[in-house]
Design a protein around this ligand. Structure first.
Ligand SMILES: NC(=O)c1ccc[n+]([C@@H]2O[C@H](COP(=O)([O-])OP(=O)(O)OC[C@H]3O[C@@H](n4cnc5c(N)ncnc54)[C@H](OP(=O)(O)O)[C@@H]3O)[C@@H](O)[C@H]2O)c1
Length: 275
């Protein structure tokens, strides 16, 4: 669906995974802060409901793109829909993602490829598409959603954790490359958050998700403030922060064993969870 090319009256923000959870909350913050928003995810009706809420409450333009971001053609679809407005994107929130739990050897190869496409490839491609416009305007903000899963290997959640390590590494390197260009790149690395993520990944019974989940509001408040101030990495919550930095000081084997336990020893199971 092409997006109305009329001149925008507000800075433009693109949010992936905006139909629910962390992405929907980022969209609310951006609209409340006077951004026009382009909301991207698969569920058209959820996106439309949120867009109507944002138009009504904040008087901004809120547009909807129902796209499956695991498809290799997805980023081109977004670019085609935005047209020349791609170069006007002021804020990109790369948030869409899902997890697959279970023993790697039992997991569907197709689903693993989709996971990697969504969590890594689409995220990188979107950064690549918006950066030239940001560079020429010498202004722009990118926030990539990683996870505390990025800081250690995760048996039973192996590929998901590896994708989030990728996002962390890529984001920190990119932030360094674009310094001095008026562009900031922030990596948000939350611990467990109260969204649909854990049940979609069949992780809701794991010790990690049974204790101390953060609210979406707390997570997005921390991420939004970090993005506004141009911070490169934000781990919301003191406990998550300590855990993430504790892993840097501990032997790798020990953090792997601890992660396996906190994730509920999912590598012993034969099922997969699909988000
Ligand atoms: N919740 C946590 O505990 C937690 C912790 C650390 C990091 N994270 C990360 O935070 C991000 C957001 O997760 P969340 O907690 O808000 O989860 P969520 O409630 O499950 O929301 C995920 C969002 O991603 C979208 N999405 C999923 N697959 C998609 C696809 N193939 N194409 C397009 N959009 C897709 C979903 O929309 P549709 O289903 O409508 O497509 C939804 O809007 C993810 O990257 C996740 O890895 C979450």
């Amino acid at each position: 669906m092409p997006i109305d090319p009329a001149t925008p009256s507000h800075p433009l923000a693109v949010v992936t995974g905006a139909s629910t959870g962390i992405g929907a909350e980022f969209a609310r913050r951006l609209a409340a802060d006077g951004h026009d928003v382009v909301l991207v995810a698969r569920s058209y009706s959820r996106l439309e409901r949120l867009a109507a809420e944002l138009r009504q409450q904040h008087g901004v333009r809120a547009e909807v793109l129902a796209v499956d971001l695991t498809l290799p053609s997805a980023v081109q679809r977004i670019a085609d829909a935005l047209g020349p407005r791609l170069d006007e994107v002021a804020v990109l929130i790369n948030n869409a993602g899902f997890g697959l739990s279970g023993a790697f050897i039992t997991q569907s190869e197709r689903e693993l490829v989709e996971l990697m496409q969504l969590n890594m490839t689409t995220l990188v491609q979107l950064c690549r598409r918006v950066l030239p416009g940001m560079q020429s305007r010498r202004a722009g903000k990118i926030l990539n959603v990683s996870s505390t899963a990025a800081f250690q290997p995760g048996p039973g959640f192996a590929v998901y954790c590896a994708t989030k390590s990728f996002v962390l590494s890529f984001s920190e390197a990119l932030a360094h490359e674009v310094r001095g260009m008026g562009i900031t790149v922030t990596c948000l690395a939350p611990g467990p958050v109260e969204t649909e993520f854990a049940s979609r990944a069949t992780m809701h019974e794991s010790p990690l998700f049974r204790w101390g989940k953060m609210s979406v509001g707390q997570c997005v408040n921390a991420g939004y403030r970090a993005m506004q101030s141009g911070r490169r990495l934000k781990i919301p919550g003191l406990f998550n922060h300590m855990l993430a930095f504790g892993t840097r000081l501990s032997p790798r084997h020990l953090t792997t064993v601890l992660a396996s336990w906190m994730l509920g020893r999912r590598w012993r199971t034969t099922g997969t969870g699909v988000g």
